[in-house]
Design a protein around this ligand. Sequence first.
Ligand code: SPV
Ligand code: MG
Length: 432
Amino acid sequence: MTTVYIGMTVDVLHHGHINVIARARELGNVIVGLLTDSAIADHKRLPYLSYEHRQTVVQNISGVSEVVPQETWDYVPNLLHYRPDFMVHGTDWLEGPLAPYRARAMEALESYGGELVEVPYTEGVSSHSMVEQMRAWGTTPDLRRATLKRLIAAKPISRFIEAHSPISALIAEHTSVEVDARLRQFDGFWSSSLTDSTARGKPDIEALDIHNRLQNIDDMFEVTTKPLIMDADTGGKVEHFELNVRSMERIGISAAIIEDKKGLKKNSLFGNEVHQDQESIEAFCDKIRAGRAARVSEDFMIIARLESLILEKGLNDAIERAGAYARAGADAIMIHSRQSSSDEVFEFADIFRQEFPYLPLVSVPTSYNRTSEDELAERGFNIVIYANHLLRAAYPAMQKAALSILENGRSAEIDEDLMGISEILELIPGTR
Ligand code: SPV
Ligand code: MG
């Protein structure tokens, strides 16, 4: 029986997909190579629907004989594996970023005598614009919360950045650059205790009430769709942490990171320059277990943060604690450091990975900022958090404008450094 291969993502099913499938069906038995989350994650945002959900949809389209995973953006591995008689694709790949993939697919088909059939691109319908429209409508707490685990499964390293207000969250949501024909974006937000407190003029000592923190996050959630990891400081008293886990889950937060300190917490980047106490291993394990028991959804992650290197307790202490926290059920481990080199966190990761090859590892390279994401991924880190950068960018810019207006007695001198009036008027849809 003649076989026909189509590679597809199918996040939003539309008649363009059906046109391609109908053409393929005329040629033979249709095998749909459905792109997996990890095949997609390297090139653009994860689809709304998980692989399993998309698979259910495609399997039930008439004319489709079989759905198989396409694990790579490139069609070649599946073409050489299934050796279909035909491959069908829309003409949208004749030029632009997909053109090299077309050339590679043609070469693979030629190598065993397969044939390429191209279907005119269906005008007036684009998955991309439909997905953008859906994103503008928003998301649900359940979908958003589950995205973190999907990202960890799909990407070598997921990229989170601090957001402390809706406007900073919009920057984190929408900023993207194209690098090597791939769209590079932030995968989600970090709600930092430092920047959340600082933006409200309060010290970073757990002085902001949790409901203030959650209201702030909910305001960001009003206008965005990406997942958020919350810096939950020490988690507070166990009984309070249990209640707070429920509150975090309910609004759609994906993870709480709690640090193994006790008493009055100070910011980690002070290290031992200020007095800070580390929690006992037993007490912190109890808190991890309590948080896990309190959560309603398996998608919500309790992440244990180690302060051993911050407090100069040494690598052995960090390793001992990491093992204990992992065995207590932590869903991931964050190792913090204030060194300017990543040597100590890399050493930690090497040892940790011997016992725990798969438990996700989180890094916060604020001080060791020359270490790249690729290096972190290579050494076994799954998440990188840029913990304070948007507020640190905003403050000096605002201060410069304030100073210039005072110095000059007018605003003309600073104007060219500012966003234009028409730009700010167009920034938020619906303003006009
Ligand atoms: C934060 O962003 O508040 C953190 C990370 O906890 S750090 O400031 O480095 O301690
Ligand atoms: Mg903090």
